[in-house]
Design a protein around this ligand. Structure first.
Ligand SMILES: Cc1cc2nc3c(=O)[nH]c(=O)nc-3n(C[C@H](O)[C@H](O)[C@H](O)COP(=O)(O)OP(=O)(O)OC[C@H]3O[C@@H](n4cnc5c(N)ncnc54)[C@H](O)[C@@H]3O)c2cc1C
Ligand code: FES
Length: 284
């Protein structure tokens, strides 16, 4: 499901706004040069800390929205879950601060030429990049259903304006604080009847479960994976995961440049974090 990489640039981006949305921070950055080349599924890698910071590695964030017009000459928006030291630092940035951003990075969700019946499945902040995808699918006259899930209500990301871009939106939380009590995969018919393609972004366990459902139903599941990324630009190999190519050969591929979007049935989910036996180039 990959398209070609979209010529990233490095830019010092001013923070335009930073507001809390449930458990997340919604940051808007002035990003002319990046914003106009963003396609749904792309991400950015952001450096953290000041010049004396010991946090050397950039942190990756999916692009939620982008505009190429307006007073700032183009903006991108990201949804940050404060987690470790780096994402917490980014989540605390104030308007007029600057962030060093490399992007847009990675491949994009492939958009079918003809109208389709699509199911978009997001886990936690993983739903964010699915809303612009929904808009494009709607413009192509596709039917777009969305299912989002998280542990609690405050970890559901489903903004009012995003809800307008889908035909239906179903919500599941593990604690039952909003929507159906359970996992996001409990929300839809396991046979995926009336669905032509599934697009998914969220934790690896959710992607693996969805791929199994898709395989049983004969429906492709395009998965945006979230493997640890130390560089984001193809140099360090920390983000590799085992993926079967079209000839059936398993190769370790870089999820930052060949991904982050893969056909779920090509990803060797049980082998992530290892080099599975028989992988091309692995010692015998
Ligand atoms: C494509 C992609 C999209 C993402 N989108 C979002 C998003 O939209 N919103 C969001 O909140 N989060 C997103 N994340 C997750 C986010 O990047 C991580 O939560 C964040 O990197 C963690 O950083 P930290 O400083 O909070 O955590 P820390 O644990 O303090 O630091 C993690 C750092 O260690 C590095 N690291 C971890 N494991 C390894 C390893 N095995 N080898 C080398 N380096 C390693 C990481 O690259 C990172 O630089 C995304 C991740 C990816 C890969
Ligand atoms: S993160 Fe460095 S090669 Fe992918």
């Amino acid at each position: 499901m990959s398209a070609t990489i979209n010529s990233p640039i490095q830019s010092d981006c001013e923070v335009i706004s930073n507001r809390r949305v449930g458990a997340y921070q919604h940051l808007t950055l002035a990003a002319p040069g990046i914003s106009e080349r963003v396609r749904p599924g792309n991400f950015v890698a952001i450096s953290v800390g000041d010049s004396r910071s010991s946090m050397l590695l950039r942190r990756s964030f999916a692009i939620y929205q982008s505009t190429s017009r307006g007073p700032f000459g183009g903006t991108i928006e990201i949804i940050v879950a404060p987690h470790g030291a780096g994402s917490t630092w980014i989540s605390q940035r104030a308007p007029h601060d600057r962030l060093n951003v490399v992007g847009p990075l990675g491949n994009a969700f492939k958009i079918p030429k003809d109208p389709v019946r699509a199911l978009l499945v997001g886990g936690g902040y993983g739903s964010a990049p699915l809303f612009p995808l929904a808009e494009i699918l709607r413009q192509k006259n596709s039917r777009v259903e969305m299912a989002v899930g998280a542990s609690t209500a405050e970890r559901i990301f489903a903004p009012v304006e995003g809800k307008r871009s889908v035909h239906s939106l179903a919500i599941a939380t593990e604690d039952g604080s909003i929507g159906v009590a359970g996992r996001v995969t409990d929300l839809f018919d396991n046979s995926l009847s009336n669905i032509d393609i599934v697009y998914a972004c969220g934790p690896m366990g959710m992607l693996k479960a969805l791929t199994a459902i898709g395989e049983r139903a004969g429906v492709t599941v395009a998965c945006a994976v979230e493997e640890s990324m130390a560089c984001g630009v193809g140099l360090c190999m920390t983000c590799v995961l085992p993926v079967k190519d079209k000839t059936g050969v398993i190769k370790m591929v870089r999820s930052c440049v060949e991904g982050p979007i893969f056909d779920g049935d090509a990803v060797q989910w049980d082998g992530i974090g290892t080099i599975p036996p028989g992988t091309y180039g692995a010692p015998r």
